[in-house]
Design a protein around this ligand. Structure first.
Ligand code: UDP
Length: 324
């Protein structure tokens, strides 16, 4: 297997995975509608503009590039927006993927890797979240992704489509080259917002909630480097091709860091004592979200290689030299 279609390949995690695929000897083809993605992020790769809602266009691209497997990254990802506008999320993240899955079956493409999320679990009932944790999303974003996971299970039984769903915790960092990195509009993620404050693009960073039941009162998250996630996609693909089974994995470092700890670390790495404000809690934020990624380690041999320091260093390097 060589020819991999990367839908949403011009986005943040997609573009890092495209590079990882090429390094590993695959021929990635990028498919993106550029509503959020950046053409510049994948300028050296074959590119097809299109929308996953357009089955005819998908089939055309599958045939043209003799696609053998599909990785899917194209999704809306803002929890708050999903509460305000759930239709947008169900249309793209759920109905769009249903359309894509039908196109896969019609074109007899047997392998699918799906970007899922820790948001499918909802409020944690134990300290670390493994694959057996109950799944009760607390927002439409999580629902839109969990519905696809359910479809994937049914589609394996009925049509033999093999899939791997990868539930990311907090994707972060940038490629070591500094050539690609995170660029969302609007930016809502903690690390880029902190670094944009350090560089002077923003006046201050707001801490959303200082009264959580954690050691310092701020939320704890599990930050995992985007290149570690990219590598997990390739391991998942190779495992799926070898064993012909569908799987689901939680992907995180297993280490939790609080918002206050991240800010302190970023001050140390950047050498800038930027302004920090306390702000009310953000709706829909659980106090603690940390992965138990033992299954990914055991089954895929996957282990994160980047620690928090390198995550912030690579993100800082990107922030200082960003091209888009
Ligand atoms: N956060 C914050 N200030 C910000 C943005 C985020 O305190 O300006 C907090 C947020 O409440 C959460 C953590 O940082 O506890 C990570 O948020 P992010 O949006 O980066 O990722 P999420 O956990 O929502 O996927």
């Amino acid at each position: 297997m060589k020819n991999i279609l990367v839908i949403g390949g011009a986005g943040y995690i997609g573009s890092h995975t495209v590079r990882a695929l090429a390094k590993r000897g695959y021929n990635p083809v990028v498919f993106d509608n550029l509503s959020k993605g950046h053409r510049e992020a994948v300028k050296n790769f074959p590119f097809e503009q299109g929308d996953l809602q357009d089955k005819k266009r998908l089939s055309e691209v599958f045939k043209k590039h003799r696609i053998e497997a599909v990785m899917h990254f194209a999704a809306f990802i803002e929890v708050g927006e999903s509460v305000q506008n759930p239709a947008k999320y169900y249309q793209n993240n759920t109905a769009g993927v249903l359309n894509l899955l039908q196109a896969l079956i019609e074109n007899q493409i047997p392998y699918f890797v799906f970007s899922s999320t820790a948001a499918i679990f909802g409020e944690p009932v134990r300290e670390k979240i493994d694959e057996t944790h109950p799944q009760h999303p607390i927002n439409p974003y999580g629902n839109s992704k969990l519905m696809v996971e359910k479809m994937l299970a049914d589609f394996d039984v009925a049509y033999g489509l093999k899939s791997t769903a990868l539930r990311y915790f907090n994707a972060s960092g940038a490629d070591d080259s500094g050539e690609i990195g995170e660029s969302h509009s609007p930016e809502t993620h903690l690390i880029p917002l902190i670094l944009q404050t350090a560089i002077g693009k923003r006046k201050s960073i707001k801490i959303f909630g200082t009264d959580y039941p954690t050691a310092d009162g701020t939320c704890i998250r599990d930050y995992v480097h985007v290149n570690d996630l990219a590598r997990a996609h390739i391991l998942a693909l190779e495992k799926m091709e070898k064993d012909k089974v569908s799987e689901r994995f939680n992907l995180g470092s297993g280490n939790g860091y609080s918002v206050a700890e991240l800010i302190a670390k970023a001050k140390e790495i950047t050498g800038v004592d930027f302004a920090v404000e306390q702000a009310p809690r953000r709706a829909g934020d659980p106090a603690v979200l940390v992965a138990d990624a033992t299954k990914a380690k055991r089954v895929l041999g996957w282990q994160p290689e980047y620690d928090l320091t390198r995550i912030i260093q690579t993100a800082w390097n990107w922030e200082q030299h960003r091209k888009y």
